[in-house]
Ligand binder design. Structure first.
Ligand SMILES: [Zn+2]
Length: 216
């Protein structure tokens, strides 16, 4: 009998854990990123790079929903980018920039108000770093993408002395990304959460006004 009670208790505890975990995942703030692979990077590398960037944001409590969009090299992907705002961002994978310095691997485009939705990562430079033996293309691409998305999510003055938002990453960040050199700080996490929550509240308020108008 005691064993039976124990078993029931165990089952309830396991179920409780499942419910708690499911709720945690659902409640994570979501960011949607439309990816345009204009450099013809193979699809498997892009997926691995997306997973790498996702892991960095998951550790900070965010979910990234990736949408791989139609490009010349990838004509069968989904068409995307229906909404553009702080939660709906666009990542272009380009061969290389025309004007930026040789050690620039990506760029995010922000207005004077600190808002922006577009960023680029430069595949040819990622490939060069990979061939120099630093890490896999997917790891480098994912880390660079995570940094540029960080600029869009944090707004102006996003650089920090530690973590993924350092202005210059080092080779060891790519060799051993699990060592904590590419994380978001608590302060950065709060800043992103606040921006996403504000955007979500604006959206809900607009939807509410729209539905009120419908019923007038
Ligand atoms: Zn930067």
């Amino acid at each position: 009998m005691l064993q039976w009670v124990r078993f029931l208790l165990l089952v309830s505890l396991v179920e409780l854990c499942i419910v708690v975990n499911a709720a945690t995942v659902e409640e994570r703030p979501q960011v949607f990123v439309s990816v345009f692979n204009n450099a013809g990077v193979d699809a498997a590398t892009v997926l691995l790079a997306e997973n790498m960037a996702s892991r960095i944001y998951q550790e900070a409590g965010f979910s990234i929903i990736w949408q791989n969009c139609v490009t010349q090299q990838q004509p069968k992907a989904d068409g995307c980018v229906r909404i553009l705002d702080s939660r709906h961002l666009v990542l272009h994978i380009e061969h290389q920039p025309r004007t930026l310095d040789a050690d620039i691997y990506g760029v995010a485009f922000l207005g004077q108000d600190g808002l922006g939705v577009y960023c680029d990562v430069f595949y040819d430079r990622v490939a060069k770093l990979h061939h120099a033996g630093k890490a896999s293309e997917a790891t480098i691409l994912g880390i660079v993408a995570a940094h540029e998305l960080g600029h869009l999510l944090l707004g102006s003055h996003a650089h920090a002395p530690i973590g993924i938002m350092r202005p210059q990453l080092q080779a060891k960040d790519f060799w051993a990304p699990g060592l904590g050199g590419i994380t978001l700080s608590l302060q950065q996490t709060r800043r992103i959460s606040d921006r996403l929550a504000r955007k979500q509240a604006e959206r809900s308020s607009k939807q509410h006004t729209a539905s009120l108008r419908t019923f007038v």
